[in-house]
Write a new protein. Structure first.
Lengths: 315, 297
């Protein structure tokens, strides 16, 4: 009995060790909550800094395109329109290209070694900093497309999108450099979700006599759709927030124009351009624009996560 | 009889051929510009590399003859990325430890994981805007405005989600038997984590963290109004509180200059940046593939 009692007593850990254990756990807890603190901090700080501009211009800020620090008139319509147009149009070009490439490297058209090399090469490209892409766009892409843009304007000038004389730096170039940027993202995510489709689905389709592309269109792609969609949304969020390459090539003009061949603006390029030198209510208006950008990308992001959770493969 | 053989003219076979060539074209259109891009950067940038590049200060634009070097920007990138790592790695690894080892999948951990994904999607320029409002405009760091320290903080916000995610996922791959064995012989939770689970997940965590650092080193948007840019050598620890140059901002500033000498400097800086980021990526990929092969089942 006596012996049993002492044993029981000794089952407790020493005080110091116990305390260290508790401290360790709580430190980890605090560190993990930093993410939430930073996220809320970003939202609150940007919101409160934009408060002055928000209360002065209200929602009118979103639909007027006057940006005049001298007269203290601010409206971000050109930038918001530019953000949406560049990101959606670039995505429109990227999706078929990226998904087509992903199909190419998941089917067996060429030996596996080549497909793997192409796949990892595409992934590596996602690591190239966007400022370097911007540099490349200025010195290589712009001269390369100059004659093509002139051709577009001459023959399709009746379409509003090509109605202006091509400027040296313009929205269409920004869209093209965004395509270069988004391709690796869309391709690698589409490839991953195509690879995750179980082999038996493909075999079943082949077994009842479907051809290769009938199988791809009716079985494989629908099964991988949710993953591809999530990747596309991720790319959309990236395109909206992309700053450097776009700022360097879009021309940075606040004058609104339907034409993609004239210089434009996006929210992030406006921030990159003006933040350093702004003061007074211009700063507040820039914060307002930043807030709009943040809300846009948060919505896209949260929707993507919801989509993944809702429609993730259930095999 | 004939129907047993492959018939070229059947509409389904024609359609198949058509789509196959379409996907080959897609792949070509997607990949050729990318190959061209990489080789162009490496050749054009590589041809500008000289020994003086690494030792000299850049000359202010205008002097078209001699642009100088990129020493301050190179050192600045190293310093700013180091500051970002010093902040993001402990916080991220600690947070990842909590998510993987302590949380029981309840509301809090689900919220944090969600927050990590959302933070990863926040545009990088917003991180710069946030640090500008919090630190630069308030002059909270001993009265200094634009500083290398502020730049490092902005980058750390971008690194944090990557570090947490890789730690969380790396620890989750450690088999539970190891934990049971350690706890079973009487080790406390923190000994188990520090001596058993973290070491066995070390390689996958390190790979992810290094990739995150490489990504941060090329970020420009958060730096352009937090760290700004500087033409001068970094001489001492006090320079942390002043404007600091970085390769990324140097490329941005000098690409937009009308002078040829500055543009060349931008190409040289791109070469160094791209080469180091790509080699880190390739190296860690090889390491990861190697680990996967040697891992016991």
């Amino acid at each position: 009995m006596e012996e049993k009692l002492t044993l029981f007593k000794n089952r407790k850990r020493f005080g110091i060790e116990k305390n260290i254990d508790i401290i360790f756990k709580n430190t980890a807890l605090v560190l993990s909550s930093f993410v939430a603190i930073i996220l809320l901090g970003i939202i609150l700080v940007v919101f409160f800094q934009s408060f002055e501009s928000f209360s002065r211009y209200g929602l009118k800020f979103l639909v007027t395109s006057e940006w005049n620090p001298v007269k203290d008139e601010y409206g971000a319509f050109t930038a918001i329109y530019g953000t949406l147009v560049t990101s959606f149009l670039s995505l429109l070009i990227t999706i078929p290209l990226g998904v087509g490439t992903a199909i190419f490297i998941t089917e067996d058209f060429v030996p596996k070694v080549f497909r793997e090399i192409i796949g990892s090469f595409v992934e590596l490209l996602a690591a190239i900093p966007s400022v370097v892409l911007g540099l490349w766009a200025i010195f290589v892409m712009e001269p390369f497309f100059r004659t093509f843009f002139a051709f577009l304007h001459n023959f399709f000038g009746w379409i509003p999108f090509f109605s202006s004389e091509p400027a040296g730096r313009n929205s269409l170039l920004a869209i093209l450099i965004l395509v270069v940027m988004l391709l690796p993202i869309v391709t690698s995510i589409a490839r991953d979700s195509l690879n995750q489709v179980p082999k038996k689905l493909r075999n079943a389709a082949y077994g009842i006599g479907a051809s290769r592309w009938k199988t791809i269109f009716s079985v494989i792609l629908p099964a991988a759709l949710s993953g591809i969609m999530a990747g596309v949304l991720l790319a959309l969020g990236r395109a909206m927030g992309e700053t450097m390459a776009v700022t360097m090539i879009i021309g940075n003009s606040n004058a609104f124009s339907w034409s993609l061949l004239s210089p434009g603006y996006t929210i992030s390029s406006m921030l990159a351009n003006q933040f350093g030198e702004a003061d007074g209510s211009q700063v507040s208006s820039l914060f307002y624009a930043a807030f709009v950008l943040m809300i846009l990308s948060l919505m896209v992001n949260i929707f993507a996560q919801w989509l993944v959770k809702k429609f993730s493969l259930k095999y | 009889m004939n129907s047993l053989f492959y018939q070229k003219r059947l509409s389904r076979n024609i359609g198949d051929k058509l789509f196959t060539s379409l996907s080959v074209i897609c792949a070509l259109v997607a990949i050729l510009p990318l190959i061209f891009l990489v080789t162009y950067i490496l050749i054009k940038g590589g041809s500008q590399i000289t020994p003086e590049l690494f030792t000299l200060e850049p000359n202010p634009p205008g002097d078209d003859l001699d642009a100088g070097g990129i020493n301050p920007a190179l050192i600045g990138t190293l310093i700013i990325t180091t500051i970002a790592s010093i902040i993001a790695i402990p916080v991220g690894v600690g947070g990842g430890i909590y998510l993987a080892e302590y949380s029981k999948g309840g509301g809090f951990s689900r919220f944090i994981r969600f927050g990590v994904n959302v933070l990863a999607g926040v545009p990088s320029i917003i991180a710069g805007v946030f640090i500008y409002a919090l630190i630069v405009s308030t002059k909270i760091l001993f009265g200094s405005m634009y500083s290398g320290l502020a730049g490092g903080m902005a980058l750390s916000i971008l690194m944090l989600p990557t570090v947490i995610k890789t730690t969380d996922e790396g620890l989750k791959l450690v088999p539970n038997e190891l934990r049971y064995a350690s706890l079973g012989i009487g080790a406390s939770m923190y000994t188990t984590i520090l001596k058993v689970t973290l070491p066995s997940a070390f390689r996958s965590i390190a790979t992810g963290v290094v990739l995150g650092i490489a990504r941060a080193a090329g970020e420009t948007a958060p730096l352009i109004f937090t760290a700004l840019f500087s033409y001068y050598y970094i001489t001492g620890i006090g320079d942390l509180f002043y404007e600091m140059g970085s390769l990324a901002v140097l490329i941005y500033n000098f690409a937009l200059e009308p002078y040829d000498a500055q543009n060349k400097l931008a190409w040289a800086a791109s070469f160094i940046l791209v080469l180091s980021i790509l080699s880190v990526n390739i190296f860690s990929r090889i390491l990861a593939a190697f680990t996967e092969k040697t891992k016991r089942v």
